[in-house]
Design a protein around this ligand. Sequence first.
Ligand code: 13P
Length: 250
Amino acid sequence: MRIPLIAGNWKMHKTAGDARELARAVKEGAVDVSDRQIAMAPPFTALAAVAEEIRGSRLILAAQNVHWEQKGAFTGEISVPMLEDAGCGMVIIGHSERRQYFGETDATVNRRLRAVLASRLQPIVCIGETLEQRESGKHHTVVQQQLAGGLDGLTRPGLLRIILAYEPVWAIGTGRTASPEIAQEMHSMVRGWLSGEFGDEAQEVRILYGGSVKPDNIDDLMRQPDIDGALVGGACLEPDSFLRIIHFRP
Ligand code: 13P
């Protein structure tokens, strides 16, 4: 029983005022949704505004990153207790943009994951290969390495709390979605890897797809047996497109 999850990653978009408007529109447009989870990850500066706007609804507030220390002299960083205090229920870890531009590695993903699993927050751990890695046939190996490094030391109870997001770098922001078949093949590989490490509990882990998810491809993606939801970038910034994605028809 894997409850579908549609999560919007707002990236570096929206002031607090704009965020409030978008959150309100999503909340109002999603009142009829009860069989799936919806999360929104605004930038840190808009967490409080969105938290206030969605209070009392089923929407889940998420953050886009988190530091592994609880507090201290780490200028510019945000800790797990701060996110919990802000009303977050989930946090994205290891997004490819963090890996590409900000020096994120599997080792730092792992440190963040351990800190998050020691709290009540649920981590959304991102994995995915670049175009070059796919074209040279290394996509399975690369993603397996990200899993082995990022999830190092993960226990069975930890496994049941995590959410994975397969986001091929070549599909992010490019309009070039992975075909449902390619995405399914990778999701099935990831689940197979988890099964090898943890056994049957791998069947419980939700694996989201991310990379140019749009209103016109979400239905086909969600029909795939191992795709349990989506991590949406560009298309989550407008209420109409995000609401259509939330209302996917499998
Ligand atoms: P796009 O949907 O804009 O391709 O972004 C995907 C993504 O990176 C979500 O985390």
